[in-house]
Design a protein around this ligand. Sequence first.
Ligand code: HEM
Ligand SMILES: *[C@@H]1O[C@H](CO)[C@@H](O)[C@H](O)[C@H]1NC(C)=O
Ligand SMILES: *[C@@H]1O[C@H](CO)[C@@H](O)[C@H](O)[C@H]1NC(C)=O
Ligand SMILES: *[C@@H]1O[C@H](CO)[C@@H](O)[C@H](O)[C@H]1NC(C)=O
Ligand SMILES: *[C@@H]1O[C@H](CO)[C@@H](O)[C@H](O)[C@H]1NC(C)=O
Ligand SMILES: CC(=O)N[C@H]1CO[C@H](CO)[C@@H](O)[C@@H]1O
Length: 329
Amino acid sequence: MTVGYTIFILFVSLSLLGFLNGCNAHRLRYNFYKVTCPQANRIVKRIITNETRTNPALGAQLIRMQFHDCFVRGCDGSVLLDTVNNDSKAEKDAIPNRSLKGFDVIDDIKNAIEKVCPNVVSCADILALAARDAVSAPFKRRLWNVALGRRDGRISLASETNGNIPSPFADFTSLLQTFNNKTLDVNDLVVLSGAHTIGVAHCGTFSRRLYNFTGKGDADPTLDPTYADFLRKQCPNLANPKTIVEMDPGSSRSFDKHYYHILRQNKGLFISDAALLTNKESESIVIRLQRSRGLFFAAFARSMRKMAAIDVLTGKDGEIRRNCRVVNL
Ligand code: HEM
Ligand SMILES: *[C@@H]1O[C@H](CO)[C@@H](O)[C@H](O)[C@H]1NC(C)=O
Ligand SMILES: *[C@@H]1O[C@H](CO)[C@@H](O)[C@H](O)[C@H]1NC(C)=O
Ligand SMILES: *[C@@H]1O[C@H](CO)[C@@H](O)[C@H](O)[C@H]1NC(C)=O
Ligand SMILES: *[C@@H]1O[C@H](CO)[C@@H](O)[C@H](O)[C@H]1NC(C)=O
Ligand SMILES: CC(=O)N[C@H]1CO[C@H](CO)[C@@H](O)[C@@H]1O
């Protein structure tokens, strides 16, 4: 009895172990580099802390870059790849990516990490850590946890940003479709849109709301008229395409729930921001986020963890790129 029983237990334990390992191979883990590159997190933090001193806009730049990475082919660092030939442009050369910034900081971090643990830490993980640390820089704590173990993709196509990166002119239905397609729900849509509490936008992403919006020479009626006046001063009709404005005026450097406050005053900048008030469920989420004291930070951390796990490559999939701008030979 004992021999048979022991073998049976052994068999059950081994298959359980195998099963768990199988799962782990496809899951991100917080201590993924604990043995292979224990310095990784510290190096990211050190470089980001230094860079944010001279460039306080870095947090906005990197979190938007991470959003664009994760929504096209999953969080696989594909947004970091440079175009190699003109016939197939890379994601970063697609129209929505033209204003992405911060690639040089990712290169600096990658170079520093390669020096101490070569071929171990993926560019996709570096981007996720860098965005977290840059947004957290003004705080004394990390605003969310980043699980690790992503591998880098080998494909980056400008054409794939179409339909995957939501448009600032999108209505609620289309925004929700784009998010649902990435396994994110209406709560994630409203919560992650709260990232627009920091950063800037080019006039061209919203100025059609200011001039002859309905064909009667008027502005978008869902935009606060005083705010529309203010925006028209910054973005004259046919503005310089390089002109930028703060998305959350007066508070565009502070990561907080103020976005929901201005949204409810009809001062959301994009049509896609205003769209969050056009659906009962999403409007009630906006109201809850605005009113509740600590909710935004907790909710944002949760939705960021979901976003950062979209279609990740793990295990033996993909590669660990040596240079974040080019695939390995
Ligand atoms: C819901 C759909 C979204 C749309 C339609 C959208 C659209 C845009 C657009 C058009 C800009 C201005 C780009 C420019 O003119 O330079 C922008 C900026 C920005 N977006 Fe979004 N976005 C969305 C969701 C997100 C998400 C999920 C995040 C991050 C979690 C995010 C973070 C940012 C940040 C931080 C900026 C400012 C970038 C900077 O200052 O350099 N956005 N977004
Ligand atoms: C800190 O950042 C500045 C500005 O980008 C850069 O010139 C300098 O080399 C950085 N220092 C370190 C130690 O990384
Ligand atoms: C891509 O096009 C630009 C101008 O259109 C040209 O200067 C450049 O040499 C081209 N690059 C490649 C790799 O074909
Ligand atoms: C997302 O859209 C693509 C292309 O339209 C489709 O193949 C895929 O199944 C969708 N994914 C989800 C989770 O809806
Ligand atoms: C506004 O739009 C309407 C309809 O498209 C057009 O007939 C009219 O000329 C436009 N007005 C101005 C001032 O551009
Ligand atoms: C940061 C970056 O690579 N931006 C590119 C976006 O696309 C335009 C046009 O294709 C390029 O000129 C930019 O260099």
